[in-house]
Design a binder for this molecule. Sequence first.
Ligand code: HEM
Length: 411
Amino acid sequence: MSATEPATDPATEQYDPYEAFGDLAGDVRDPWPELAAARRRAPVQKNSIFALEGVEVPPDLPDEYTVYSYDLVSQVLRDNHTFSSEVYAAMMGPVMGHTILEMDEPEHHTYRGLVQQAFSRKAMERWEEGAVGPIVDECIDAFIERGNAELVRELTLPFPVNVIASMLGLPRADLPQFHRWAIELISVSFDWERGTRASAQLRDYFAGVLAERRFHPANDLMSILAVSELDGQHLTDEEIFAFLRLLLPAGAETTYRSSSNLLFGLLTHPDQLDALRADRALMPKAIEEGLRWEPPLTTIVRTATRDTVVDGVDVPAGAVVITNMGSANHDEKYWERSEEFDIHREQRQHLAFAFGPHMCLGMHLARMETRVVLERIFDRLPNLRLDPAADAPQITGMTFRAPPALPVLFG
Ligand code: HEM
């Protein structure tokens, strides 16, 4: 099925959100040699998605530049006065609402202050015991007796959405419906109608839960957002709904992809899988290497607020600037053999979580979720290995990357 067709079977009108979601990635397998060549040609280049695809460039489009090197990607992301995030308002606003992602200063700083307490390292301890551990266990319970599994469909895709539902304190009975809306919302880039419908349904659903929490605050994220206050400012209901919707693509989709990519790296490098199993002190290095080697999201976008110069290249006000974090993570200036997956390599900060003021708010949560998944797999699924009888898995996608499936055997 192509990425532009909704995953609906016209005969039955059945919609398989998993299939639809899996299709989103596209089938680009190995973008890395091309990105390395682009880095060597010039670390910042004027180009256009249309031109690259050999299509005539429509008139009146803003100029487009892509930044490929580690140094320049961090430079652009650090300077959010010259490089604005407002571009997301047009890209995502109609579906998500006014989210933190599209805010510039000073609004961004105030808003981030209001929501970030829920994502501190300290807060993670509670979510680990109360949400992530039990949810991962439940996913594994469902297949452990079989001795085989498809880890994407049965573990890495469902668990992060369930973690968000649990953090929000949603009733368990609502989970299947919430899961479906979540996946439909994320699929908006190829099924606009279904995505916008899910967005409205989520808003109505969240409104009911929020109203209830205002009366009966609980120990969950919804209640924290309902009462959060900074210098006398509170979040409005619409701001809360926009933030909650954003958590689905920002928090669930990325984590599903990053944990799948790390598992793929380990399963295709069994010596490193064994080393990590034998010495769990390697866990933080393995998690960071997975994120460096195959970041789930390779590019993010900014617009120039004024005429500026990036590494000697004139970038006019209004130009779109694409920062290629995937390319930056493979920059040979900082990583030898950068195309290789190597959990033993010396660590330095990668850019998978971006950099600067908009650096990922959920990074402690994402790391903790990935660690818990690996720990539970090591504790419960001995001798985990790829199923030799199944098609060899492959990470695919240009902007969003993950393996569509990870068929494994264990025991
Ligand atoms: C491995 C998993 C993850 C990756 C690779 C990732 C990556 C990113 C990136 C690249 C950005 C910057 C976007 C931009 O400025 O254009 C971002 C922002 C954000 N992320 Fe994550 N993310 C992950 C997990 C999470 C999780 C688990 C959550 C929460 C549940 C989350 C919530 C957010 C939020 C709210 C922002 C907006 C921050 C701001 O604009 O100040 N992310 N993330």
